[in-house]
Design a protein around this ligand. Structure first.
Ligand SMILES: [Zn+2]
Length: 228
């Protein structure tokens, strides 16, 4: 005979799997549907920008502005021209941009002057979209390189990007938040249902009517669950 796990364990595994699925679904919805819909239909707009912040590290640096909506972030970082060593700058290692934001190297080896990073997801940003821009003397030259995204729509208010670069920490945090939330709801609802079923003389696990059973402590004939 093949061993099969006891009913409560099977139920726990089923609930955990469902919670994971709900966590993933909510995370994707808030990264890949809601922000694009809000921005696309003009219900939310990146029109309020932070003050220009200067930031420099030993190898990277720039000045950037950030626009934050509840489910979407946008950072525009521009290359910095400075004299002296990075360590001598008053903003050395100050105003550190979020880890998901693209940054520019001080030496300019990337060849880009400006980089825009969009990020979506709630409560943490889970997916990012990149637009790298170089200065070009000729307007017909390709000045922009799009990475980890595709353009969903071009509206009078701007382009709607579909972000494809996973921000793993935010992605995991969002899935955990929604998964744990769903798990808690299911456990509480399941507990309430079991109490109601017991009060009605039914099996707490499957709702089988136990009132006709001769033995009050026998396992449920339907699902095998012990009554207590
Ligand atoms: Zn049962």
């Amino acid at each position: 005979m093949i061993w099969s796990p006891p009913a409560p364990l099977r139920q726990l595994a089923r609930r955990a799997l469902w919670s994971l699925a709900v966590g993933v679904a909510c995370t994707l919805l808030l990264s890949w549907t809601v922000p694009q819909a809000l921005l696309g239909f003009g219900l939310a707009q990146h029109t309020t920008w932070s003050q220009d912040a200067f930031w420099i590290d030993t190898t990277r640096g720039g000045h950037y502005q950030r626009s934050t909506l509840w489910c979407s972030d946008w950072i525009i970082m521009k290359r910095i021209i400075f004299t002296g060593t990075p360590e001598s700058q008053p903003y050395f290692r100050h105003n550190i941009p979020p880890a998901w934001a693209c940054t520019l190297d001080l030496a300019g080896l990337s060849g880009f002057e400006e980089v825009h990073t969009g990020a979506t997801g709630w409560p943490c940003r889970a997916f990012a979209s990149e637009s790298w821009r170089r200065w070009t003397p000729r307007p017909d030259e390709e000045a922009e390189a799009l990475r980890y995204n595709f353009v969903l729509a071009s509206t009078p208010r701007g382009r709607i990007m579909f972000p494809l670069r996973p921000i793993w920490s935010g992605l995991a945090a969002d899935v955990a938040v929604f998964g744990a939330g769903w798990f808690a709801i299911v456990v509480v609802a399941g507990g309430v249902r079991a109490v109601v079923r017991r009060a009605r003389g039914r099996c707490p696990g499957c709702g089988y009517d136990r009132r006709g059973l001769p033995d009050a402590i026998a396992p449920c004939p339907e699902c095998g669950l012990a009554p207590r």
